[in-house]
Design a protein around this ligand. Structure first.
Ligand SMILES: *[C@@H]1O[C@H](CO)[C@@H](O)[C@H](O)[C@H]1NC(C)=O
Ligand SMILES: *[C@@H]1O[C@H](CO)[C@@H](O)[C@H](O)[C@H]1NC(C)=O
Ligand SMILES: *[C@@H]1O[C@H](CO)[C@@H](O)[C@H](O)[C@H]1NC(C)=O
Ligand SMILES: *[C@@H]1O[C@H](CO)[C@@H](O)[C@H](O)[C@H]1NC(C)=O
Ligand SMILES: *[C@@H]1O[C@H](CO)[C@@H](O)[C@H](O)[C@H]1NC(C)=O
Ligand SMILES: *[C@@H]1O[C@H](CO)[C@@H](O)[C@H](O)[C@H]1NC(C)=O
Length: 508
């Protein structure tokens, strides 16, 4: 017995050491994105514009299909051998070589490019999706475990012309209807994309060491058409960085709504580098070379909100997008059964919780505390109502618990489910703001959010008895949605964005 005792106590010792190392969170993290912390001088950036149901519909004349990019490499002037005084090196220390030309960016339906197939040549929706892949191929950076392409700026116009019959209802084609006051529209053509102007990244500043570029434009296409008002809708994203300093790019965003375009969105996204991304039913290109999956990922970034965008600006501290079917299976592009799933924390302190004991239909059926305890929404003593702005259910869910509220059936190519949360102590345990006002105007912060664990705890609808869906978040976005509120301006900067996952979860 004594002989056998020694090895077993050694085993117990090893086991205890193992336990303590697990409990002391020694998890080693690696980045899930191609450009961790936005520190890479040779930027990879693209822009896309969506209509109300995340399609193109119709291109803006002379603007091209609404996908464009700014991707460049940097070369350093090296003195020739034995050349002590390289005057060229002083004059032009760096040279930028752009990978995307103006011709690429202005590609419009009817223009051929490598990878385009006949069916897409004259179809604005398919054309844009393939143009994104084409731009992605030109911007692609080889890496492990996967290549990646670009950060993505996303624009969306919330107008919908219900008479144009352009957006499906929960993924099913519907005929013209209306008028429907739920959707702003000034008449024919209200679903248009914006003008898209591009200042390619150049070297600026007294020493030509500041990298700077910009995309900007307006949805109000014709100043004569809109009369004398100078309150046009507007977006601008400027990016800037000192070369070679190892600091982050700073992305400066401005979004302005107008009478004709009161519902606009502007986000900076880290999308999947292949497959579908959140809310988009075509193959996509992006920055997330590893798709973060609940509960094992965190998101870091610095956010400085300069102007809020008014009381209806749903400023998303973070917005994550995924897709799975109501039976828990992953999406496969069949829009009649795929369901987009979004979760968003709304940072704007002007947003109040719609979920409260007298309005249970917009609360999720239950809340799960960090320790795993679940409380039903009818438990008025314990349910954290103020933590929830709104939960809406997919229009194709068949076993919803009463009362419920269905999500907008038109604003995605397929049905969607949205869970919007607000700053609250129950989320502070995951690194999110505990109180409204934290991280808002005048309070810039660097966040490290345990998005993986928080999103693991959230309620999302599934058919009873079906195996839990894998919660893989193909899109991680930051930015604002100004909801039906004209003449509002939001302004903010984003830097240092990174998504990290435990090293042991990465399979190469
Ligand atoms: C280097 O070149 C600059 C002009 O480009 C000149 O003013 C300077 O005197 C030169 N220095 C040496 C050491 O040759
Ligand atoms: C430009 O270079 C000079 C000399 O190296 C330096 O003193 C100055 O700070 C630089 N200016 C900027 C804006 O980087
Ligand atoms: C929005 O919030 C700010 C700061 O909390 C407050 O001063 C303002 O009155 C609010 N406006 C509305 C319309 O609620
Ligand atoms: C779990 O956390 C909630 C909220 O903090 C608390 O009310 C509850 O008692 C906890 N349950 C257990 C089993 O610790
Ligand atoms: C609360 O909801 C649960 C689950 O639907 C139900 O079992 C329970 O009876 C409800 N309690 C009250 C007080 O309505
Ligand atoms: C323009 O917008 C500002 C608010 O940004 C508003 O005060 C002004 O009345 C608007 N002007 C017109 C002509 O609509």
């Amino acid at each position: 017995m004594a002989e056998q005792g020694r090895p077993s106590s050694l085993l117990i010792l090893i086991f205890l050491v193992y336990l303590s190392s697990v409990s002391a969170d020694t998890t080693e993290y690696v980045t899930a994105v191609g450009d961790p912390g936005m520190r890479r001088d040779a930027l990879r950036l693209a822009i896309e514009s969506w209509n109300q149901c995340n399609e193109v519909g119709e291109e803006v004349p002379r603007m091209g299909s609404p996908r464009a990019a700014d991707c460049f490499d940097i070369y350093r002037a090296i003195p020739k051998r034995n050349e002590k005084n390289c005057s060229l090196c002083k004059l032009l220390p760096y040279i930028l070589v752009h990978r995307i030309t103006e011709l690429d960016n202005r590609l419009a339906v009817g223009d051929p490019f490598p990878g385009l197939h006949a069916e897409a040549l004259l179809n604005p929706n398919l054309y844009a999706a393939l143009k994104e892949l084409y731009l992605g191929a030109k911007c692609q950076v080889e890496d492990t475990p996967n290549p990646w392409q670009f950060w993505m700026i996303m624009l969306k116009n919330g107008n919908m012309d219900t008479f144009a019959s352009r957006c499906p209802k929960n993924g099913h084609k519907v005929g013209p209807f209306g008028p429907d006051t739920a959707f702003p529209c000034f008449g024919k053509g209200c679903m248009n994309h914006p003008l898209m102007y591009h200042d390619y990244t150049t070297l600026q500043g007294p020493n030509l060491t500041t990298l700077k570029g910009r995309f900007h434009g307006s949805w109000d296409l014709d100043a004569v058409f809109i009369g004398n008002g100078n309150n046009n809708s507007y977006y601008s994203v400027t990016w800037e960085k000192e070369i070679g300093k190892g600091k982050s790019w700073v992305f400066h965003h401005v979004l302005r709504t107008s009478k004709r375009y009161p519902w606009l969105m502007l986000y900076l996204r880290s999308d999947a580098t292949s497959g579908l991304s959140g809310g988009y039913h075509y193959p996509t290109r992006g920055m997330s070379k590893i798709i973060p999956e609940s509960p094992n990922f965190k998101v870091r970034f610095t956010l400085n909100v300069l102007q809020g965008g008014g009381p209806n600006s749903q400023f998303y501290l973070i917005d994550i997008g995924s897709c799975w079917k109501n039976n828990g299976q992953p999406c496969n592009g069949d829009v009649t059964s795929d369901v987009t799933r979004y979760s968003e924390m709304i940072l704007n302190p002007n947003t109040s919780a719609w979920c409260h004991p007298d309005n249970l239909g917009v609360c999720p059926p239950y809340h799960t505390f960090r320790n795993g305890t679940q409380v039903h929404r009818n438990d008025t003593a314990r349910f954290p109502y103020a933590a929830y702005h709104l939960h809406c259910s997919p229009g194709n869910a068949e076993h919803l618990e009463e009362p419920y509220s269905l999500c907008d059936p038109y604003s995605n190519p397929q049905a969607q489910e949205i869970l919007q949360i607000l700053p609250h102590p129950v989320w502070a345990e995951y690194g999110y703001p505990a109180r409204q006002g934290e991280g808002w105007i005048g309070d810039p912060r660097t966040w490290e959010l345990d998005v993986g664990r928080l999103s693991h705890s959230l309620y999302f609808y599934q058919d009873p008895g079906t195996p839990s869906a894998r919660r893989q978040w193909m899109s991680v976005d930051l930015g604002t949605e100004i909801f039906k509120d004209p003449d509002q301006v939001a302004e903010w900067t984003v830097s240092d964005l990174d998504i990290i996952v435990p090293k042991k979860m990465v399979t190469t």
